[in-house]
Design a protein around this ligand. Sequence first.
Ligand code: FAD
Length: 434
Amino acid sequence: MKVENDNGCSWINDLNPRTNIRSLLSNEECDWLIVGAGYTGLSAARKLGQINSNLKIILADAQLAGEGASGRNSGYLVDTTLNDGFTSNKELQNYKKKADIYSLGINVVKKFIKEHQVNCDWNESGKYFASSKIEDKKILDNFSNTLAKLGFEHSILGNKELSDRLGSNFYNIGLYTKGGILLHPGKLVRAMVDTLPSNVFLYENSCLLNWYKNKDFISCNFKNGIIKTKNIIFATNGFLKSLGIKSNYNFPITLTASMTRRLSDEEFKGIGEPKEWGVLPIRPMGATIRMTKDRRILIRNTAEIHNPYKMSKSELDNRSISQKIGIKKRFPQLADDIIQSTWSGVVSRTRNSSQIFEKIDNNVFVAGCYNGSGIGVGTLFGEQIAIKASEENTKEIETIEARNKPTWLPPQPFLNLGVKTRLIYERLRARSEI
Ligand SMILES: Cc1cc2nc3c(=O)[nH]c(=O)nc-3n(C[C@H](O)[C@H](O)[C@H](O)COP(=O)(O)OP(=O)(O)OC[C@H]3O[C@@H](n4cnc5c(N)ncnc54)[C@H](O)[C@@H]3O)c2cc1C
């Protein structure tokens, strides 16, 4: 099967088309092969290249670098995510471990954009968790307790404040966290492609088909060549399972999103000229919705088990209808035909929402599975897996390794059945919020 990204992603289409694209056309040997060029693989390559300037590093991607989930996400660089409960001290400690990783993730992205003077529309705007259902206040009160105990600045808001800030009357209860950044994911990942060290050789449109390990090297088969490498890092995130990596611990989920055209002056005035904002749902399957800096509205309101390799145009069109309804619910005054494009992307999930960061064999490493929050964590895990693979240690690695490890998943067909049932249940629970 071939990974085939659709060409509908607005973030990617905002960028200049790439010109310097090379594919693997013959056999190669190298010291390090990194498979997958999203935030994780690009950051691993950048760090490895810095640590080992005399070694040959190959970075290979099945498509164009950065044009998988890393260029197609909603652009929330999060400091916190919403989880029900967290009432006991043990749960609070677990939440803190997670938040510590998010915090390191924000720092590493901040450092990267400072060092390379990257313009990725960085906005420390904070973020909202909101719902139209007033009964969701219970969840927010619990969440607020957790945030207060851990020292995260936040406030609970009602309909009037939310309506003033968002320009939509839809939400009746919300929680604003001061931390959290909104950015342009395409610009961020493109900067990571453009700043790869000179000892990193990037091969694109080059899909790893299969691999095996000998005593002294790892042999990797691509369509037009074989790469023999001494060490390998897998950074294929939603496609780890398809390469047989940690198969019993992760599974892919396909998300779709739509972006409107830029609102006209009149339309923007009509919704109160709000500043850039981002809302995350309180009920897991509700819509993520964002007003961009340049007055476009992004909405993501699907998550499903789907063939991860491809989504057809007609399947995207179907999902776009649900996204049009989602926008209409929130902004009834806007025209019906303002969606400009719709796209899909694949994320990786684990059962307990923990991430994968591991040496799985001698000279074989893997980082991934950010459960939908991979901008900061992917950048962090990419850099740190490169450091771990170079047999060095850091405080960041200690923090990452102190997290709860992913738990075992049931085999197929029970896994898909379980996940599908859960998604249907969550979708029903969130039907007003989609
Ligand atoms: C619609 C959507 C919204 C999201 N919103 C957010 C958000 O707001 N905030 C946030 O933090 N995260 C968000 N995410 C998640 C985030 O995008 C991911 O966690 C992150 O991009 C993971 O980065 P990565 O480098 O590990 O994986 P990816 O970016 O998926 O990169 C993996 C790469 O591996 C390549 N690959 C796969 N198989 C092979 C193979 N066999 N051979 C060679 N290459 C291969 C792929 O082509 C791909 O480029 C969202 C994701 C989606 C899809």
